[in-house]
Design a protein around this ligand. Structure first.
Ligand SMILES: Cc1ncc(COP(=O)(O)O)c(C=O)c1O
Length: 277
């Protein structure tokens, strides 16, 4: 849509990004372990910029730049949040240069980061937004949204897939929206995220090998000064399914309905695993 709407052919993407495993999304994914076998020999219409570094974006923009695609909070990259000035500057720069901003909210959206969409937290003036995961509440569904003028870049028939516009998926998403409202899940995510970070703070004091604890809502990262894969296995033995991204960042993305006592139990298990190292 960005390319058709703008008539330009270059798209910028950020270092340490993850946008998926199709050829297009692999081209803007900075994880060679996923992308290299497929995209190494393709023509490159995609340019990498440094996440959080506005000068790097400025330098990369040319008259051919259609858009920049960005995760407001980088998930796979290790739960990274850029400085507020970066997001603000990005808006101004992109507006000035006529570059569309595509926010990928597949992981960060639908309450995960303590707002309905994470880009709202940082005031990113998004032209196009991609969503999946949370929108279906477990039912397989994805969507992309665009501002009205940008959406006009497509005319009926331009875009479609076999399963696009599925009424069943639409009904599932409607039910998800109802649950979000009735159970105040976005507010709950924000509250529980703050609670979680508070509970993790003493662990950071206790263990020197924890180099950072950061997060937004219920997307939380604990950065270690060693590879974290073994911790994932040990936490599984304790009954907790966690993940490790970027090699050394334990990533926690608990269900949005998580309760304080469940967070307490998880932090206790983490303390137990860490103390046995
Ligand atoms: C930010 C982001 N974008 C895109 C994707 C890819 O989504 P899918 O696997 O549904 O293509 C993911 C998957 O985790 C993701 O985290």
């Amino acid at each position: 849509l960005a390319i058709k709407y703008s008539g330009k052919h270059e798209v910028l993407f950020c270092g340490e990004s993850f946008h998926g495993r199709t050829i297009l999304t692999l081209s803007v994914t900075d994880h060679p372990e996923y992308s290299a076998p497929y995209v190494e020999n393709l023509p490159k219409g995609f340019k990498k910029v440094e996440f959080g570094n506005l000068d790097s974006v400025k330098e990369a923009i040319t008259e051919n730049t259609a858009a920049i695609i960005i995760e407001p909070v980088q998930g796979e990259g290790g739960v990274h949040i850029a400085d507020a000035e970066f997001y603000k500057g990005l808006n101004e720069l992109c507006k000035e240069k006529g570059v569309l901003i595509i926010v990928d909210e597949v992981q960060s959206g639908f309450g995960r980061c303590g707002a309905l969409f994470a880009h709202e937290l940082f005031g990113i003036d998004a032209d196009i937004m991609t969503v999946a995961k949370g929108i279906g509440g477990g039912f397989p569904m994805a969507a992309f949204l665009a501002k009205e003028d940008v959406a006009g870049g497509f005319v009926p028939g331009d875009h479609g897939t076999t399963f696009a516009g599925s009424p069943l998926a639409g009904a599932a998403a409607n039910a998800v929206f109802d649950a979000f409202e009735e159970e105040k899940l976005v507010e709950h995510s924000k509250e529980m995220g703050e609670y979680f970070l508070d509970k993790l703070a003493p662990l950071k004091e206790k263990y020197d090998f924890i180099t950072d604890v950061r997060g937004s809502g219920l997307l939380v990262g604990v950065e270690l000064n060693f590879e974290g894969a073994d911790i994932v296995g040990k936490m599984l033995e304790e009954g907790f399914l966690i993940n490790c991204t970027a090699g050394n960042v334990l990533r926690f993305a608990p269900p949005l309905v998580v309760k304080e006592e469940e967070i307490d139990a998880l932090v206790e298990a983490l303390d137990k695993v860490f103390s046995a190292l």
